[in-house]
Design a binder for this molecule. Sequence first.
Ligand code: GLA
Length: 744
Amino acid sequence: MRRIPVDTTVTAPRPGRTQRLHLRAAGVSVVLDVTDGRIPAVAHWGAELGELGAAGLDAVCEATVDPVPQNAVDVPVRIGLLPQQSDGWIGRPGLSGSRPDGSGWVPRLVTDGIELDGHPLTTAHAETGAATVRFALADEEQGLDVGLEVQLLPTGLLRLRATLTNTGASAYSLDELTLALPVPADADELLDFAGRWTKERTPQRRAFTVGTHLRENRRGRTGADAAHVLHAGRAGFGFRGGEVWGVHTAFSGNHRHLAEQINTGRRVLGGGELLLPGEVRLESAEQYEGPWLYASYGEGLDAVASRFHRHLRSREHHVDRQRPVTLNVWEAVYFDHDLARLTALADRAADLGVERYVLDDGWFGSRRDDFSGLGDWVVSDEVWPDGLDPLIAHVTGRGMEFGLWFEPEMVNEDSEVARAHPEWVLGPSPATLPLESRHQQVLNLALPEAYAHVRDQMMALLDEYDIAYLKWDHNRDLLEAATRDTGRAAVHEQTLAAYRLMDELKTAHPGLEIESCSSGGARVDLAVLEHTDRVWVSDCIDPLERAQMNRWTSQLIPLELMGSHIASGRSHTTGRLHTLSFRAHSALFGHLGIEWDLAEASREELAELRAWIALYRERRELLFRGDLVRADRGESPLWIQGVVSPERDEALFSLTAVGRSATSLDARLRLPGLDPAATYRLRPLLIGERPSNLFPPPWMQRALDEDGLVLPGAVLVRSGLAAPLFDPEQGMLLSLVREPAPAR
Ligand code: GLA
């Protein structure tokens, strides 16, 4: 075996063993290379390589070692999962920190041991399926230990996290622990997301050039502008094609994603928590555990998304597929909590087939608007003189579950709790508070007394009332978030405390579901979804905007976790007017709800709404177990997305016109994900008002006149069908069912 030359000076990493692992699952291979005891490097993360055997494994590791360019370090540089200068990496280091005397900032970690699925790895080679590998890394001289956990999950999704232990005698201030995964040099385009309130997850693409594309978040919450998934791929990659590598940092506090290319052309995708100055200071023997960095590879964005979806769906605590149709009262009544109005709304909802009713903001303390009362989780005598019982009894009596809104981390300065305990509010010093945002401040849940206060108030309500669901809001960024009497940064502890509180409430109330909301969709990440059961995608329920936001939110999470509501005809956040059929069409591919004052709906609208709800209830099993597919249609404003059952015997597709095109005829409809060898009966579904100016092509007219049309899968997938014409901001559904194979 050819040995890679190592520096032999006294301070070099001590030569250790060479051990290599090949993990394979669901079409993905990950080859991990520990050469001479250096920290693990990824020799390959991408398409499955098949069984390699020891010789093949050595070949992958050796054949991917770069030559040594002139005027560079004299050994080939392998980028470790925790990149470090001592291995020749000149880009962003994985581990940064220092001791009071200034030492400790350049770690020289080496691999001390490897465990594969809990057993020490004693062989030089290991080849296995989905597995967990633990690397024990140490820098004895500088007193730093890192436990690096790498998991290839059965879905082919990779995830890694690092735990740092200070084994030295003095304190170690940790500045950064960022994990990095190399991607090939032909991944030359980046795709990630931007956004703001009411416009979350807006895609942005750029060339992957030399330098760092750094997405830092200092909001103390995931953010409406979160990178969401940071992808690199071959330029022009789409939903269905082009190799793509994507990473997601699973953390709901400050965090980062990065794509970095150094001047050799070598590039990485990475992520980790963003630590504020002094936030993590480890005394001797103390530990810090970083968040999971998820990494998904696939041919096309659908394949990348599908690994995330399958992983989430495989979790024990994942929601069932009968996601109840939900009515949230926010856009219906805002702060007008009136029992008669709310019970009438409940009656209308129940008549339509709604299964869960959620009372939003305004039921507690002095909260009659958003200036006061936040943080006082006691039912208001003023608006609810008989408590919530009359409403809850009415809702549950009509066969619906009851849900209640909270914003547990927040307070108005004008509240009982903030007045009694100003020291519980996060702020830079005892004398100063951060700027208010939405007229509110943040409670320091890392303080045990503050945590206990919120927990006890929430628990008392959960004990007293029949509450099946919490909408957990978080409506501001954390500015200058410090423990007031010490001035020490507190976002890290705050984020963990929120997770803890969610878990404690759920443990005490098994079956309780929690929705993660944050000014709409500013807390959507895989860590919060370990503790919650759905996210609110956005406060913007305009169906045109939602078509885009839902499309990209589903790049990370499956449809059943995305709250998706039908609102009033004029959008409250954009002022646009839309037909009910377009509003419902756009909401259908998600966890369906209504957020509309049904007292204003006409008899016809209620009848149409009932039909949409019935369709959702009939199809939710498919929507929430099937595979999401999105067609690549270039610049065409007619978007196609669908859900195909895993057996490919059933599918529901949506055609959504998000704009007008410069040409009068559109590209053919090709429906990805179906089985080209099968035959399907295709039925266009027209519920409620037809799209205006609908000009169906002959095949569609026939399918509408008869009981659908039977077509070969190859035609649907490959040659395609002439596209119908209809006005923008309208949609159509196509239902497909596999025809029984003809008897031979
Ligand atoms: C946030 C949420 C909304 C609603 C309001 C209540 O903005 O995103 O859905 O709950 O708070 O104040």
